[in-house]
Design a protein around this ligand. Structure first.
Ligand code: ATP
Ligand code: MG
Length: 183
């Protein structure tokens, strides 16, 4: 029987760690479904990119690795904000699958209870390949470009991702006056 597995992430942005995970999974199964989580989110510090932008970044990055892209399916999955409904929600957005790869204990728990074959993929250079860190470096003007696959970098430059991140990090709140120190 054909083995089809799902891996869900927010991919804000997709980075080299994600790509290593995809390659590893495709060594073990026939087909991989990449679920783009929080698909309705965009233009926030945590979720700067639209589902469409993330989809484009993922498909271009996969194509460059030489992976047979007919083995990969990318589906956007909006949040449902209800853990007990989440598994059936994911199923309703995805091609059929029987295996779930996730390092997230809650995701593992929910799919295990629903009877899926749940597997934990290894972490690759997690200190560096980490979405939160990449977004922070973009705002702070530190180097981040080497942490994402080349095709992802190309799209991020195309959509002025650094400018977007910096605008999102601004606020129209006045600075709070410093509290007088209590002696
Ligand atoms: P964020 O800091 O925004 O959460 P992230 O790097 O954790 O970014 P996600 O989109 O949350 O990226 O990633 C989806 C899944 O990919 C996560 O559940 C995580 O376990 C896994 N993952 C993230 N980085 C790595 C990595 N370097 N190696 C292996 N797996 C990773
Ligand atoms: Mg994460």
């Amino acid at each position: 029987m054909l083995k089809r597995a799902i891996f869900i992430g927010r991919f804000q942005p997709p980075h080299k760690g994600h790509l290593e995970v995809f390659k590893k999974i495709l060594e073990e199964v026939d087909e991989l479904i990449i679920g783009i989580g929080s698909a309705q989110e965009s233009h926030t510090i945590e979720n700067p990119f639209t589902a469409g932008e993330r989809m484009l970044m993922l498909s271009k990055a996969l194509a460059e690795t030489g992976i047979d892209t007919s083995r990969v399916h990318i589906v956007p999955i909006p949040d449902v904000n209800n853990n007990s409904l989440w598994v059936s929600h994911v199923i309703s957005f995805s091609p059929p699958f029987s295996i779930v790869y996730s390092g997230n204990p809650l995701v593992q728990r929910l799919f295990k209870e629903a009877g899926f074959d749940v597997r934990a993929p290894p972490l690759y250079n997690r200190q560096e390949y980490h979405g939160t860190k990449i977004r922070k470096h973009m705002i702070e003007g530190k180097r981040w470009e080497h942490l994402v696959p080349k095709p992802v970098l190309k799209i991020m430059l195309e959509i002025d991702a650094v400018d977007r991140m910096r605008d999102l990090s601004k606020t129209d709140y006045l600075l709070k006056p410093k509290r007088k120190r209590q002696i």
